[in-house]
Design a protein around this ligand. Sequence first.
Ligand SMILES: [Fe+2]
Ligand SMILES: [Fe+2]
Length: 274
Amino acid sequence: MKLIHMSDIHLTTPGSSIGSRDPNVNFEKALAHVLRDHSDAELLVITGDLSDWADPDDYVRLKARLADLPMPAHVCIGNHDDRATFLEFFPECRDDAGFAQTVVDTSMGRCLLLDTWGPKTHAGHYCEARQAWLERQLAGHDGPFLIFMHHNPIPTHLAPMDQIRLLDDTAFRRIVARHAHKIRHIFFGHCHLPLAGSTAGVPTTSLRGTNHASIAVFSEARLLARSLLPESYGVVFVGPDYVTVHMVEFGYDGPIDIEGTPDYADWNRETMKR
Ligand SMILES: [Fe+2]
Ligand SMILES: [Fe+2]
């Protein structure tokens, strides 16, 4: 199964920019790239920060755009979103306790899309009610599971990032540990950085968003470092006994040597230009 993992699209008023880039234009570019190279993907998941300021218009435009795609698209909310506003436009994402959590079955397992949103904070929360929901989901099905969420469930050791990580990460990891044998992978966003690791033994990855990019500067204490590294989305292959995660830098506009490029045809020490 192939799936597309996008994150941190940060839609905003058309024509506005964030980090000198236009998030609406970049989201369209990302979708065009996906449709060109991966229209066979079984689904697309966006792990939050759908809108930059939670303006209702952003959700209206997003909903219409996702409905147009050839593959089903599913979304999580992030700290830049507003749960109540989001659920007005995506009522199908409401769980039985009023959180924006969904269950999506695919050919390679059951996806759980978590709600790590908290009011008036950029940090992530996973309260006891949501923990109980996750425990019920994981205990009530044989899996395998793929988990999608916005906030980082593991520390990055970048101080400004970790101040707004999933604050209930210890409780979250305890639940994951109990069901780790059934969970294939955890995908998250929020950090605008490519990251790989594990959460209570379960492989975990994140990626740069489709607009503004961060960069790992370990001396930063208060504000996240910003960069012009290329805009990206993820392509994920889930096999019966492996998961492969690519970060596709669709915003890169430098040269790429491919088959057919002059002097790049032969794998030959004498004639190949390196
Ligand atoms: Fe973000
Ligand atoms: Fe975020």
